[in-house]
Structures are given as C-alpha cells and as structure tokens.
Write a protein that binds this ligand. Sequence first.
Ligand SMILES: [Fe+2]
Length: 193
Amino acid sequence: MNTKPSYLGLLNAIAMGERNGAELFNCWSSVTTNPEVCAVLHTVALREAEHAVAFEKRIDELGFGVMPRIDAQHDAKMTIAASATLSDRQKLEQLKLIRSPNGSGGDVFDTMFENKDIDPVTGGLLGRYIAEERDTGRLLTGCHGALCAAEGTHVSAASPSMEDLAQQVADAGRHLADLVRCIGASLTPVAAR
Ligand SMILES: [Fe+2]
C-alpha cells in the first residue's frame, strides 16, 4: 500500500474545486453577449479544466483516486453564472471574483507551501497552478474594471471593500482547511480499493 502523503487532501480539494470552476466558467461564457468577456471566460474555463485534470493525474500518480465532494455553494454559483438578467459586472461581483486593486491582503494560496513534505513534482504543479490562479484573478479584475468603465460606474464603488476581501480570504481558507481535513482522512489507496 502506498503511504498517504500529508498533502493529498489539498490536491483533492484543488481537483474538485477546479472541476466545478470549469463548469461555472463554461456555463457563463455560453450565455454572455459580450465577446471580450466571453474570451476571458473561455481562457479561465480552459485553465480550470486543465488544473482539474492535472491534479487528478497527480493524485493517480501518487497511487490514489479523487474523492468526489459536494460544494454546498456550487448550485447557487451556477445559478448566478447562468443568469440571463444579471450583467457580467454583477456576476463578477456576486461570485466574489474581484481582487483588491493592488493585489494586497493575501489570498487562499499563501499557505499552500507551508507543508514542507511536498515532493518536487507536486511542488512544480502547485507552483504553476498558483501563478495561473493569480493571473486569472488579474484577468477577471481587469475585466470588471473595463465593464465598470463602459457603464460609467466607479470601480471602487462596485468593488468589495478591503473588509469584504479579508472576510472572503478567511472564508476560503476555512473552507479549504475543512476540505483538507475531511478528505485527507478518507482517501483510499488504489491498491486498497
Ligand atoms: Fe481555479
């Protein structure tokens, strides 16, 4: 039996989150009427889908299988993404996809390398993933700024406050920690299935 890496729960949580992300951004890109927004959403959807497969592949290489987990908020997020009445700007805001203007305040990725056991192959994958996720944040924030400018809306007025962002980061970190805790305890080696 393979020894279960201490970071397996993190890999599983990422694989599942990215799979849901791909579904959400693909759905949204299929309903937007703005070609520039559609192009950004398509890029993000491809990244999310590739991340989901890459992390599932890494879990498989380590000798384990992905454990499906339900995200209790996913259906509500999909409803927002699919909405024909909300604008793309409103969707970006309601889905909490906007970063602080100067990128300050930290994010959920800050703590992912605190685990000193991460092997080099997984570390390489994780580093690329984090960099792409942060670039996705910049893409979506830029998209939001362009939509606000087109509407004549002040970005600062439409963007979440720093307190909101800090709360979002705390919520995301807590959610990820919960996932890691429950999934890490229940993953089963392939040989044992
Ligand atoms: Fe993602």
